[in-house]
Ligand binder design. Structure first.
Ligand code: ADP
Ligand code: MG
Length: 211
C-alpha cells in the first residue's frame, strides 16, 4: 500500500531527517560559514535532537506529530531556520489524515512551504530554502498527475529539491543573513536549500524503504 502514508511513516521520516542532518552537519555548517554565521548545521542538529527526544511518546496523528515537531523547532533553534522550519511543520500537520495519499501529502507539504513564504517573505530566486522546496512541490504534483503514488512523487521531489539546491549557487542572496554579503553571496550553495534537499531526500528514502 505504497499510497497510504501513515503517522508511523511520517515519524520515521522525521527521525531519518534528524539522522541525515547529523550526518551532514559539518557540511551544512561549512555552507553557512561561507555566506552566513556558520551555525546552520548545529542549529538544525540541536533542534532535531530535541524533536526526536519528544517523539519518545508516540504521536497519535499527523497533526499531533507535526505540532510537536514545529513547536520544538521554534523553541529550540535560535536562528532564522528554527521559526521557518517550525512554521513549515506546523502548517503541514492539520491538513493531513492517517493514512494520507500522494495528493493529500503533496497538498500538506505545499501548505508548509506557503507558511515559510508567508513568514519569511522569500520569493523564488532569493537564495533560500524555498528554492529547494518549490521545485520539489512542482515535481511532486507533476508526478501525481502522471499517476505516481506517494513513493514515486517523493522520489521525483527529492531529485528536484537537489537540483533546486544546486541552482542556488550562482544566486545573489536577497533574504536572511547571506543577503548582507550582497554580490559576494554568489558562488555558494544556500545552507537552508541544502537542508531542505535532505528533507525531501529522507521522505523519499523512508517511503522507498517500507516497500
Ligand atoms: P541564521 O541565518 O539566523 O543564522 P540558519 O543559519 O540556521 O539561521 O539558517 C539560514 C538559512 O535560513 C538560509 O540558508 C536560508 O535558506 C534560510 N532563510 C533565512 N532567511 C529566510 C527567509 N526570509 N525565507 C526563507 N528562508 C530563509
Ligand atoms: Mg546561520
Amino acid at each position: 500500500m505504497s499510497d497510504a502514508v501513515t503517522t508511523d511513516d511520517l515519524v520515521a521520516w522525521i527521525r531519518a531527517f534528524r539522522d541525515a542532518v547529523q550526518e551532514h552537519r559539518d557540511e551544512l555548517t561549512a555552507l553557512d560559514s561561507a555566506i552566513g554565521d556558520a551555525d546552520h548545521g548545529s542549529n538544525m542538529a540541536r533542534g532535531l535532537d530535541a524533536v526526536v527526544a519528544k517523539l519518545e511518546t508516540p504521536p497519535a496523528s499527523p497533526a499531533e506529530l507535526f505540532k510537536t515537531v514545529g513547536m520544538t523547532l521554534v523553541s529550540s533553534v535560535g536562528g532564522a531556520s528554527g521559526p521557518l522550519y517550525g512554521t513549515f511543520f506546523l502548517r503541514i500537520g492539520p491538513a493531513l489524515t492517517d493514512p494520507a495519499d500522494a495528493t493529500a501529502l503533496g497538498a500538506a507539504l505545499r501548505a508548509g512551504t506557503e507558511g515559510v513564504v508567508a513568514r519569511g517573505k522569500a520569493e523564488p530566486g532569493d537564495k533560500t530554502m524555498v528554492d529547494a522546496q518549490l521545485p520539489a512541490l512542482a515535481a511532486w504534483d507533476d508526478a501525481v498527475a502522471s499517476g505516481a503514488d506517494a513513493r514515486g512523487a517523493a522520489a521525483a521531489a527529492a531529485q528536484a529539491a537537489e537540483q533546486g539546491r544546486d541552482a542556488t549557487a550562482p544566486l545573489v542572496a536577497r533574504k536572511g543573513r547571506a543577503s548582507y554579503l550582497g554580490e559576494r553571496s554568489a558562488g555558494h550553495i544556500d545552507p537552508g536549500a541544502a537542508s531542505s534537499a535532505l528533507l525531501f531526500r529522507t521522505l523519499s528514502d523512508t517511503l522507498a524503504a517500507r516497500g
